[in-house]
Write a protein that binds this ligand. Structure first.
Ligand code: SF4
Length: 295
């Protein structure tokens, strides 16, 4: 039976404004300056980083022998000590820190100045969290899940007066669960919601989409935290969720019996990669991939 498969795209796909801004600033720096380098990857997308490295961007993990030149600070930001070290080495800085990440750093500083123990709900190893911690005078407590919260409590690391912020790309649902537990452990809690609105909008939209389609496909790099989180959220609402990095990873057998497919993407996924997945889904030989509920 020849049938038609339907693909519903999430309302927003492709780069968020913070990633677009960082890429544009980097392209501009590469066009105008010599010796442009970056600590880590600008975005978690190999195609984009390959393009920029092809234009001369040099990726380093640490300063090591760096002296002079121009350094791009990526959208996740950089700890203050690293920025000071760059100045000391005579390095010119192009600051592509996303304004929303800067606001999260400022929120943490405000809480610290107001006498709260700063607690960040997020991933210890994420560059954004390192940047926020590096903006503070005192060490912050970073909590990524309920178990870590219990552990911090058992080890007397959690004070009675805490100021909480969130990793900008974290899912609100997870943050809510942790904050609810904190309410029972602390005497005073002040919360500044630092979750990025574009991230939250995409998550809300993807959750709704996942519930009305036969299967969900999330496109984006497996090194991108927000893409991994988006895929996990979609899987929670629709177990038939597949995470692919590009159209080449699509396998026909995973679409058997799926007439309506939802398509969402991480914030560092180029829009044309998502379009390519859509085109492949729509042009695949329908007879080779049976559809039960044809639309
Ligand atoms: S996800 Fe949000 S915080 Fe992160 S770069 Fe994009 S706009 Fe900025």
């Amino acid at each position: 039976m020849k049938t038609k498969r339907k693909v519903i795209m999430a309302k927003e796909v492709g780069f968020c404004f913070g990633v677009k801004r960082a890429i544009n600033l980097t392209r501009q720096a590469l066009a105008e300056k010599q010796e442009v380098f970056i600590l880590g990857d600008l975005v978690h997308n190999k195609r984009v980083t390959d393009e920029l490295e092809g234009k001369g961007l040099r990726k380093v993990d640490e300063y090591e022998g760096e002296k002079g030149g121009t350094m791009i600070i990526r959208a996740h930001g950089l700890p203050k000590a690293k920025i000071q070290e760059a100045h000391a080495r005579g390095i010119e800085i192009v600051d592509a820190t996303c304004p929303i990440v800067l606001r999260a750093q400022e929120a943490a500083q405000t809480l610290e100045q107001d006498g709260y123990q700063v607690v960040i709900i997020g991933d210890h190893n994420h560059a954004e969290i390192k940047g926020i911690c590096g903006a503070l005078q005192q060490p912050a407590l970073v909590i990524d899940n309920i178990e870590e919260l219990y552990e911090a409590k058992a080890q007397y690391k959690l004070m009675r007066k805490i100021g909480v912020i969130f990793q900008t790309t974290h899912a609100l649902e997870l943050c809510n669960k942790i904050v609810n537990e904190m309410l029972m452990m602390c005497k005073e809690i002040r919360i500044i919601n630092t979750i990025c609105r574009p991230v939250q909008n995409r998550q809300d939209d993807a959750i709704q989409l996942a519930q009305k389609v036969d299967m969900m496909i999330v496109v984006g790099s497996r090194t991108s935290a927000n893409t991994m989180e988006l895929a996990a959220l979609c899987r929670h609402y629709n177990p038939k969720t597949v995470h692919v990095q590009s159209a080449e990873e699509l396998l026909p057998e995973i679409f058997v019996d799926s007439a309506v497919i939802g398509l969402a993407s991480g914030l560092s996924t180029p829009e044309d990669l998502v379009e390519a997945v859509k085109v492949k889904l729509l042009t695949w030989d329908a007879e080779a991939i049976p559809v039960l509920n044809a639309v």
